[in-house]
Write a protein that binds this ligand. Structure first.
Ligand code: PRX
Length: 655
């Protein structure tokens, strides 16, 4: 990798207010250090104690961690529990009438769902799934609008021991088919349509298209939630309405008692190859990760109104909507729509209306809302807020300062949470009543998370020097394997370069003189566009699948709002197009990618060339492509380039 150096120098320090610190679940750096010392002194004892405190077990575990078959670690393996029981049943006595979900629809309609209501909904739907023959271990794909029913479907799967695989509603038929096929799903749960920003998307029709692409023979039923009044075009024996399925179902459903190591869900994420990885999470360890971070990082209090703006289609929506807040008994806002509809003050008016105390969103949303109306928060009463959070990508200090001052009134700590689909829960983040924050740094590893920054040989790098972010000890909520591909799991995350001993996160980072961690970006061919992870290979495979395209290379380019944007270099089978022809084909290719993967993967910029810059051995020189995309001087040595003239052509051809 050579040396990675960061140019960012940020020395402002923001300690929590005394009031926040005194009331915090972990108070002051002494509190944080005491937890770290405990974890260092007795790692298994530390996690075992938390698992007993925060999780309700049907049968308690006797062993905390089994490392015999590393890196296939087992946590609490002889413990028996059910996650849905932990999220619903255990709250009924004390919090049955407490609001679990304040659902705000795209059009502003609000529905309050209590813990008892949610329990009944989940039990009825779980019984419905059982009536379709869904059993423990079966896979269920959930391709739904973000809302109460998506959470209900996930909880119902957890209740009966079915493994859910949620597919983000913005993914295309092709992406949905691949996920149905890879997991051999027995049931798909969808909706006739989604409604976001006043626009509808026909999820049922996309599901039908996915089915027609072939390879989905495992599917025995498609359950359709009726979100809008528009009738689906196609309806056949495979389909059943959600409302018909739950009709007459009992409102109680005995939970399926699961081993802590039974899979809870699979969630696909992009990696360095064209094929997304099915990240498999466990029942016990995963759930513990969500609970301990709700307590420490989100400093959860019984009267909080918590709002995470993610979609359940991503890991943030799993851990910090579907499981974390429900497990701890919180009242949470679930929002169906987008931050800019009907206008850019939607978030601020919702915080005011629902008296939100804890607000968790993505830097890309913050940046776009600054651009659309940096003064809008001031027109709203945001005094209910006490804690802010960000996730998904590095936050630039300017956006951090605006979030801190304008949204948080300079009184709310910001928890910048670094984690991944694979880690299951927050890993590096300030405990808000303890660590003074620095704009742009995710600060310190959580107690019990052994994060380090190492060089190519695995040796820790000195402060200020960039290196690879690794985790040197297993943690409870870690990925267990890649669905159906344990070899890829081992090679990707526990590479032989480090003797299979270190979890390689795939990010570069450095530590400053206070030990604070600064994430610098991905080290693999993964882009982070608006906080969404996209594999460049995936987009390239989609492009070359188009009959016009001979070759394609995709790179990222820094973008003010999205963090990174997608730039595609394309060689057509026919001659390089120019003028209107080039524009027309570029448009066609963008639509093609939207159709193959989803709109989020559409190239922002397409550059046509007669060829791509390659070494004499035929390797595409991506560094040059990144420089050209940025409009930067090419500093790399181009002497090994087979065809140097191509650089000028590519430089001039942005569409
Ligand atoms: O590069 C890091 C970035 O997002 C990647 C994980 O993406 P995903 O699995 O989709 O999960 C996103 C939500 C947890 C990481 O490898 N990332 C995530 N959080 C941060 C971040 N980069 C910088 N700062 C963060 N707080």
């Amino acid at each position: 990798m050579g040396t990675i150096d960061s140019v960012l120098k940020e020395n402002r320090l923001f300690p929590p207010t005394d009031d926040f610190r005194v009331k915090a679940n972990v108070s002051g750096m002494d509190g944080y250090n005491a937890l770290c010392d405990k974890a260092n002194a007795d790692y298994a004892g530390f996690w075992g104690e938390l698992a007993r405190e925060l999780v309700s077990w049907k049968t308690p575990f006797t062993k905390v961690l089994n490392e015999d078959n590393a890196p296939f670690f087992k946590w609490f393996e002889d413990g028996v529990l059910n996650v849905s029981y932990n999220c619903l049943d255990r709250h009924l006595d004390a919090r049955g009438d407490k609001t679990a979900i304040i659902f705000e629809a795209d059009d502003g309609a609000v529905t309050n769902v209590t813990y008892r209501d949610l329990y009944t909904r989940v039990c009825q739907f779980a019984n419905g799934l059982k009536s379709l023959g869904v059993q423990k271990g079966d896979r269920v794909v959930i391709y739904m609008p973000h809302g109460v029913e998506a959470v209900t479907a996930m909880q119902a799967c957890a209740r009966i021991g079915a493994i859910h695989s949620v597919v983000f509603g913005g993914f295309s038929a092709g992406a949905l088919r691949d996920r149905i096929q890879d997991a051999a799903a027995k049931v798909v749960i969808t909706a006739n349509e989604t409604v976001r920003g006043g626009k509808t998307t026909p999820l049922k029709a996309i599901t039908d298209e996915a089915m027609s692409l072939g390879g989905c023979d495992s599917v025995q039923k498609i359950v359709v939630f009726q979100r809008t009044q528009n009738a689906p075009e196609k309806w056949d024996a495979l389909n059943i309405w959600w409302h018909d399925l739950i009709q007459g179902q009992a409102s109680e459903c005995e939970p399926e008692w699961m081993s802590a190591e039974d899979p809870l869900f699979i969630l696909y994420t992009s990696g360095s190859t064209g094929k997304p990885k099915g990240i498999q999470h466990s029942t016990g360890g995963y759930f513990l990760g969500t609970q301990v971070t709700m307590k420490w990082v989100f400093d959860y209090k019984e009267n909080d109104v918590y709002w995470c703006t993610a979609d359940v289609g991503w890991i943030t929506g799993h851990s910090y909507i579907a499981y974390g807040p429900l497990g701890i008994g919180a009242t949470q806002v679930v929002f169906e729509g987008v931050p800019t509809y009907p206008d850019a003050s939607r978030f601020w008016s919702m915080i005011e209306k629902h008296k939100v105390t804890t607000f968790y969103t993505a830097p890309t949303a913050i940046r776009s809302l600054i651009k659309l109306g940096g003064d809008l928060p001031k027109k709203h009463d945001l005094s209910s807020l006490r804690l802010l959070g960000t996730v998904g990508e590095p936050i630039n200090p300017e956006a951090w300062m605006w979030y801190y001052e304008v949204v948080g009134g300079s009184r709310c700590p910001i928890v910048d949470t670094w984690w991944q689909t694979e880690t299951g829960a927050n890993m590096i983040a300030p405990l808000p009543g303890a660590a003074p924050t620095k704009p742009g740094s995710c600060t310190l590893p959580l107690p019990g998370i052994m994060a380090d920054i190492v060089d190519e040989s695995g040796a820790p790098v000195e402060a200020g020097k960039g290196g690879f972010l690794v985790i040197s000890k297993p943690w409870p909520s870690m990925v267990r394997t890649i669905w159906g591909d344990p070899d890829r799991f081992k090679k990707t995350y526990f590479p032989e370069d480090y003797n299979g001993k270190l979890y390689l996160a795939g990010d570069s980072a450095h530590r400053d003189e206070n030990g604070y961690i600064w994430i610098m970006g991905r080290i693999d061919d993964v882009l982070n566009v608006s906080g969404h992870r996209l594999g460049t290979m995936e987009i390239e495979s989609a492009l070359v699948a188009n009959p016009l395209v001979a070759e394609a290379a995709v790179v990222g380019k820094p973008h003010d709002i999205k963090g990174e944007s997608v730039v595609a270099y394309v060689v057509l089978k026919n001659a390089r197009p120019e003028g209107d022809d080039a524009k027309r084909i570029a448009k066609e290719l963008r639509e093609w990618v939207a159709h193959e993967i989803g709109k989020i993967a559409q190239p922002d910029e397409i550059r046509f060339g007669d060829n791509l810059p390659k070494t004499r051995s035929g390797k595409i020189m991506r560094r040059l492509l990144r420089d050209i995309a940025k409009g930067a001087e090419i500093t790399a040595d181009t002497s090994t380039l087979e065809n140097p003239a191509i650089l000028d052509q590519l430089r001039q051809s942005a569409i």
